[in-house]
Design a protein around this ligand. Structure first.
Ligand SMILES: [Zn+2]
Length: 437
C-alpha cells in the first residue's frame, strides 16, 4: 500500500514537472563543450539526469550482486553440506536401530565428514563401532566424549554400559560417581544404582535408588513396591542366617506390607515369630503362607507353634491349617498322614484314596506303604514327630538359569538376575473327584 502511494506520487510529480516544462519552451540551457556550443531544453536535461541516475542505480546493484556471489555460494554449499550431514546422521541412527552394522558405519563416516563434531555424530560413531563389535574403538570415542562438557554425560553412559557388559563393577561405581555429578537423577543412573546395589549385596543402596525412582514417578509404584519387598525379604533372610530373629521379623514385616503375596517373606515372618516365642503371630503368618502356597516349612512352623501334646491335638491343628487351602495336594497329604498316625483306618483309606496315583516327588508312595502297614499290622510304623510331618522340602530354583539355591534369595548368585528365585512349580492340586456315575 505504502509502495503504491509512493509510486503514484512519483508519477504525479513527474507529470506535473513535464507539464511545467512543456508550458515553458524558452527554458533553455546553453553551454560550450570542446568548442561546440550546445543548447538544450531544461526538460531534456532534467529527465536525462533522472534516467542516468536510474541506470547508475541498477549498475551499482548488479556489481554488488556479482561481488557477493562467492560468499553466497559458499553459504549455500555449507547449508547443503549440513543437510546431507543430517541426512547421513538420520540414516545412521535408523541403521543402528535396525541393527545394520555396515550401513551404520558408512553413514557415521559420512556424517563425520559432512558435519562438525557434534554430540550426535560422536555418539553415532561410537555406537556404530560397538555394533560392529569394535568395543575398543567405541571406548576411544566414548572417552573422547567425556572430555567435552556437552558430550561428557553421554560418553560416561557409554563407558558405564561397556563396564557393565564386562562385569567390571568397580569401574561402574567409579563412572557412576562421575555421571551422578552431572545429572544425579537421570533414570538410567538410578536404575544402574539399583542393579549394582542388588548384585553387590548393598541392598540399602538399591532401596534408595528405587525410592528416588518412585518419588520422581520414573517407576510405577507397584514395581517399586515389588523391588522394595524383594530387598526387605532378602535382608530378613540374611538376619535369620545370623540368628537375629528380631531384625528378621522387622524386615519380613516390611516386605509383607509392600507385597502381601511374597511367599518367602510370609514363611520367614512365621518362622521368626516362632523363634521369638510369638506363637499366635507365628501361626497367623503360617496360615497366610499356606493360603498362598502350601510348603513343608509353613507346616513345620505351624505345628511347632501349636505344640500338640498328643496325636488328637495334632490332627486338630492340621485340620485348622489346611482349611486355608483345602484343595492343595499338600493339604490332602497332611490330612491323610494325620489319619494314618491316629490309626483312623476309615478316614485314612479315604484320604489316601483321594491322592493322585503317581506323584513320586511328594512321597505319596511312602504314605501308601504306611497305609498298608496300618491295615495289616494295626499301627503306623514310621510316624512323624508330634510337631512334624513328612512333606518334602521343595528346592528354591532360579527360573532364569535353573540353579538350585539352599535358601530363597532376591538375586541369583549364579546368573545375577533378581526376583527369579522361587519354588520350581505351581502348587499341585489334588485331582478333582468325578461325580459318581
Ligand atoms: Zn539364576
Amino acid at each position: 500500500m505504502v509502495r503504491f502511494i509512493l509510486f503514484a506520487t512519483l508519477i504525479a510529480v513527474s507529470v506535473l514537472v513535464a507539464y511545467v516544462f512543456s508550458q515553458n519552451p524558452d527554458w533553455n540551457a546553453a553551454f560550450e563543450v570542446f568548442g561546440y556550443r550546445l543548447k538544450l531544453h531544461l526538460g531534456f536535461l532534467f529527465f536525462g539526469l533522472v534516467l542516468l541516475l536510474w541506470l547508475f542505480g541498477w549498475l551499482y546493484f548488479g556489481v554488488r550482486r556479482t561481488l557477493a556471489m562467492p560468499a553466497e555460494m559458499a553459504k549455500n554449499a555449507r547449508i547443503s553440506r549440513q543437510n546431507r550431514g543430517y541426512k547421513a546422521l538420520t540414516q545412521g541412527l535408523v541403521a543402528l536401530a535396525a541393527g545394520d552394522p555396515d550401513e551404520a558405519d558408512k553413514q557415521a563416516r559420512r556424517a563425520n565428514k559432512l558435519l562438525e563434531e557434534t554430540p550426535a555424530t560422536l555418539l553415532l560413531t561410537a555406537q556404530a563401532a560397538q555394533l560392529n563389535g569394535d568395543e575398543e574403538s567405541a571406548a576411544v570415542y566414548f572417552e573422547e566424549m567425556t572430555k567435552n562438557d556437552d558430550t561428557a554425560f553421554l560418553g560416561l553412559r557409554g563407558k558405564i554400559m561397556q563396564a557393565l557388559a564386562q562385569g567390571d563393577r568397580k569401574e561402574v561405581q567409579l563412572l557412576l560417581e562421575r555421571a551422578r555429578k552431572i545429572k544425579p537423577n537421570a533414570p538410567w543412573i538410578l536404575e544402574t544404582e539399583y542393579e549394582m546395589g542388588m548384585q553387590t549385596g548393598q541392598l540399602e543402596g538399591a532401596q534408595r535408588a528405587v525410592k528416588r525412582l518412585a518419588s520422581r514417578r520414573l517407576l510405577p509404584s507397584s514395581v517399586a513396591k515389588q523391588r522394595l519387598a524383594l530387598t526387605e525379604a532378602d535382608l530378613a533372610f540374611q538376619a535369620a542366617e545370623k540368628g537375629a530373629w528380631r531384625q528378621a521379623v522387622d524386615h519380613a514385616q516390611r516386605a509383607i506390607s509392600d507385597e502381601p503375596t511374597l511367599l518367602p517373606a510370609r514363611s520367614l515372618a512365621a518362622r521368626a515369630h516362632l523363634e521369638l516365642g510369638h506363637l499366635r503371630k507365628a501361626k497367623e503368618h503360617a496360615v497366610e503362607a499356606w493360603r498362598l502356597r502350601p510348603t513343608a516349612g509353613a507346616a513345620t512352623t505351624y505345628l511347632r507353634a501349636c505344640k500338640p501334646r498328643d496325636i488328637a491335638a495334632k490332627r486338630v491343628a492340621i485340620a485348622e491349617l489346611i482349611q486355608a487351602n483345602p484343595n492343595a495336594l499338600f493339604s490332602q497329604y497332611l490330612r491323610a498322614e494325620a489319619a494314618i498316625e491316629s490309626a483312623d483306618v476309615a478316614i485314612a483309606q479315604e484320604a489316601v484314596g483321594d491322592l493322585p496315583e503317581t506323584s513320586a516327588a511328594v512321597g505319596i508312595n511312602a504314605l501308601k506303604l504306611r497305609m498298608e502297614d496300618l491295615k495289616s499290622g494295626g499301627e503306623d510304623r514310621t510316624p512323624s514327630p508330634l510337631d512334624g510331618h513328612s512333606l518334602p522340602v521343595e528346592p528354591q530354583v532360579c527360573s532364569n538359569c535353573g540353579t538350585e539355591h539352599t535358601r530363597w534369595r532376591a538375586v541369583c548368585t549364579d546368573c545375577g538376575t533378581s526376583g527369579n528365585i522361587g519354588l520350581p512349580t505351581r502348587a499341585a492340586q489334588a485331582p478333582k473327584m468325578l461325580p459318581p456315575a
